[in-house]
Design a protein around this ligand. Structure first.
Ligand SMILES: [Zn+2]
Length: 331
């Protein structure tokens, strides 16, 4: 990276996030929970991908259902190249979930479940945009490059038991980006839930009912925006003039632009990934709805079809992301 581009990057990260975004160099292996250090703000650093073994393992839980592709997905679509990283064991024992935080049904898992911390490929800068309720860093990766005209933010794994979202986020890091378009990706917004295979965060709050949009005191926390993961995402959404913010969930199988966002963003992703378009999405306490209707930032939701973690679904959403990037480049 040239000194010029490094200065641009440092300016980009340092000025706008005002101490919320802290960058750090990855260490191989799990760094362990880290308490928030509010005023820490070291410079952004490029993070290189360590050497890994490229093994793809197939793990099936309980009685294996047939590995069916998501509806309308069609054949896998090749977008760029991708070698999955090693399978890393989920480190924590599974706690007893409360009744409302039930485990999902049996899933087919064809890809390694994303390790925390997430390992990005070369060409991405790593930032810590906040900490989970137990102090695990929330990572964001931003693509390097000059002459940025358009910016897209992708936030995945808001619900920790939506296991397909981690591998999809890792896959998006390998999708080629057209010039002028910068991508930022938060692969695991809810690391406590991801580690424990639970929907909620460590405080038993459903993060996608916690945003201050038609918030209701059911399972959305003690008050709107109460959770550190929610606060991190809200600050990030409002920190930059994003052209579109993409929230990825499972398992409902549709795409939706949140009104008044331009539906073209979601339509191109849906066409490329084989998912239908849902009209008039409005989720109380939902991050995607808050983004568009309260923060005034264009927003869309991708609901991956099914609970499984499949190569076909992951490749289909890589194609969806590529189509979105091409649309942004054309603006
Ligand atoms: Zn979800």
């Amino acid at each position: 990276m040239s000194d010029h581009s490094r200065r641009r990057l440092l300016s980009w990260t340092g000025a706008a996030l005002l101490g919320l975004v802290v960058a750090g160099r990855r260490q191989v292996g799990h760094p362990g929970p880290r308490p928030p250090q509010r005023n820490e703000r070291p410079p952004a650093r490029r993070v290189d991908r360590p050497t890994t073994t490229s093994t793809t393992t197939t793990t099936t839980t309980a009685a294996p259902p047939p590995a069916t592709p998501p509806p309308n997905a069609g054949p896998p679509i090749q977008v760029g190249t991708y070698e999955p990283g090693p399978t890393v064991p989920i480190p924590d024992p599974l706690p007893t979930p409360p009744p409302y935080n039930t485990l999902p049904p049996n899933r087919v898992i064809e890809l390694p479940l994303t390790p925390i911390p997430v390992v990005p490929p070369a060409g991405w800068d790593e930032h810590v945009v906040g900490w989970s309720a137990t102090g695990v860093p929330i990572q964001m990766f931003t693509s390097q490059g000059d002459d940025v005209r358009r910016r897209v933010l992708v936030i995945t794994c808001v619900h920790g038991n939506e296991r397909g979202t981690g591998p999809i986020a890792e896959r998006l890091l390998h999708v080629p980006r057209p010039s002028g378009v910068q991508a930022s990706i938060v692969p695991i917004l809810n690391p406590d839930g991801w580690i424990r295979d639970r929907r909620h965060n460590a405080r038993n709050v459903d993060l996608n009912r916690n945003y201050p949009w038609r918030w209701a005191p059911s399972d959305g926390g003690p008050f709107a925006g109460s959770e550190p993961e929610t606060q991190a995402a809200m600050a990030l959404v409002q920190a930059y003039p994003w052209d579109i913010v993409v929230w990825i969930h499972q398992p409902l199988g549709y795409v939706a632009a949140v009104p008044p966002s331009d539906r073209a963003f979601a339509e191109v992703w849906g066409r490329a990934s084989g998912l239908p378009y849902r009209e008039n999405l409005d989720q109380h306490g939902g991050g995607e709805t808050w983004t568009a209707k309260a923060a005034g930032v264009p927003s869309m939701l991708v609901e991956v079809a099914g609970h499984d973690v499949t190569v076909a679904s992951t490749e289909a959403h890589a194609a969806g992301f590529a189509a979105l990037l091409d649309l942004l480049a054309s603006y």
